[in-house]
Design a protein around this ligand. Structure first.
Ligand code: GDP
Ligand code: MG
Length: 458
């Protein structure tokens, strides 16, 4: 690979503790680099060169003075078939913090360098073992705390997203080739490329790039938690519902209207899907500037939420007002709203037709909560159907958006008869942005930024 970063790899053999910090039954110390077997042998009782690839040897660990530190296993993974693409040794040692420190000290004295965050994965990328989206998926996989985030990271690690980006790049390279062919013969006034085919190709590229960019809203919500805003007039039980859903006293509940002034949010996982519930200030006319700001935030949260729960009080609110209250939220037509009649322990929910899903429950007794959870799950399972590629990473989303803008410029340029060489500049720009996603083109500072967020030892 012709990358400037290649030179940044100092040729050192690196080592790090790959297991979590602290004491444990076993700790794994990983060594990677040209001299991993040689340097590793200096602290191990057997010569690692003599051990077959992908096999394990038992032996003693010693420092330079010959002090025995521990006994354990050495796993040999020779390059280029290892994770990093380089010769790699993994020592399984006893997980006392003292032994971990001592084995690291012995390795560094033997000539290894302590690895920086993500340096093993960075080497895997630079050695062509992973593309950048897969390297990022490794970090996401390590950070995943629920089934939804885990599945997204695993899909990305398997390379489906990178394959789609590469397919888009190839189509675009073909397109740019045709465009440049036309340029070469421009003086002869021959139009080689068929305009209609050009346009069809561009339309296809634009819709695929656009679909991926649009999937970020869903992908991000699945990773960070699907935002569900709880809104309504004061005293409808919004804070009580938040606490009931979270199973925790997160928000202050009181019968004094206007108690919740700012938004309060927290996430919980329902059946493998992560939801972020947002309690908001009660909606009413007010002269209090702080409360008014709370209400402004409540409406903003509602408009950016995936689902809005509009809370009403079954014992005081009237069915006739429901539509007006929904309208007052001023949401987009495709927003998901669920009307929730609360306090059904006091009075039955009024009936009557509104064109929105409606549930009744009691936040304080908990009856009807399971139905609400099920409704949320059904709604988002339906959104998530088809197992399509979804973008979960802000960096990818930004690059896709830039690629889309460049492709739109190409399309407009061609439509307006702008000279081919100018159009080709935009086409190359789109290609550049797509290449940034997989790392086919990359700037050193971007890589530094990505890998600095990894743990040491990965
Ligand atoms: N009986 C009954 N009271 C409730 C229920 N939910 C909330 N409340 C009460 O209604 C009042 C207002 O609740 P709160 O959650 O602070 O409402 P918010 O202003 O919408 O956040 C409190 O006194 C709660 O105890 C319910 O399901 N049944
Ligand atoms: Mg409240």
């Amino acid at each position: 690979m012709n990358s400037p970063l290649r030179d940044a790899v100092d040729g050192a053999t690196i080592c790090a503790i790959s297991t979590a910090p602290g004491a444990g039954g076993i700790a794994v110390v990983r060594i990677s680099g040209n001299d991993a077997l040689g340097l590793g042998s200096k602290v191990f009782s057997k010569s690692l060169d003599t051990i077959a690839d992908r096999s394990v040897a038992f032996g003693r660990f010693r420092d330079a003075e010959g002090t025995v530190l521990d006994e354990g296993l050495a796993l040999i993974l020779r390059g280029p078939g290892s994770y990093t693409g380089e010769d790699t040794v993994e020592f399984n040692i006893h997980g006392s913090q003292f032994i971990q420190r001592e084995v690291m000290r012995a390795l560094i004295e033997a000539g290894c360098r302590q690895a920086g965050p993500g340096e093993f994965t960075q080497r895997a990328f630079l050695n062509g073992r992973l593309d950048l989206t897969q390297a990022e998926a490794v970090a996401d996989l390590i950070a995943a705390e629920h089934a939804g985030a885990h599945r997204l990271a695993l899909d990305q690690l398997r390379g489906g997203f990178a394959r789609e980006i590469n397919a888009l790049r190839e189509a675009l390279i073909g397109f740019a080739g045709l465009l440049e062919l036309e340029l070469d013969f421009a003086e002869e006034d021959v139009e080689f490329a068929d305009r209609e085919r050009f346009d069809a190709l561009l339309a296809d590229l634009l819709s695929r790039v656009g679909r991926l960019a649009d999937s970020f809203a869903t992908g991000n919500a699945m990773k960070e938690g699907i935002p569900v805003a709880i809104v309504g007039a004061p005293n409808r039980g919004k804070s009580t519902l938040l606490n009931a859903l979270l199973g925790d006293d997160r928000a202050i509940v009181s019968d004094i209207p206007g108690t919740t002034r700012d938004t309060v949010e927290d996430a919980c996982t329902l059946d493998g899907l992560r939801f972020r519930f947002i309690d908001t200030a009660g909606l009413r006319d007010t002269d209090d500037v702080v409360e008014a700001e709370g209400i402004r935030r409540a409406l903003a949260k509602a408009s950016s939420a995936s689902t809005v729960l509009l809370l009403l009080d079954a014992s005081t609110d009237a069915q006739e007002d429901v539509q007006a209250r929904i309208d007052a939220l001023d949401l987009t037509p495709d927003a998901h709203v669920i009307v929730v009649w609360n306090k059904c322990d006091l009075a039955p929910a009024p009936t009557g037709a509104v064109d929105v899903p409606t549930l009744s429950l009691s936040a304080s007794t908990g009856s009807g909560l399971d139905e609400l959870r099920q409704a949320l799950l059904d709604q988002h399972r339906a959104d998530d159907q088809g197992h399509q590629l979804v973008v979960t990473n802000l960096r990818h989303f930004e690059a896709l958006t830039s690629a889309k803008t460049a492709l739109q410029a190409v399309r407009e340029g061609l439509g307006n008869g702008i000279p081919g060489d100018l159009v080709a500049v935009d086409a190359r720009q789109a290609l550049h942005h797509l290449g940034e996603i997989t790392g086919a083109v990359h700037a050193e500072d971007i890589l530094g930024h990505i890998f600095s967020h990894f743990c040491i030892g990965k």
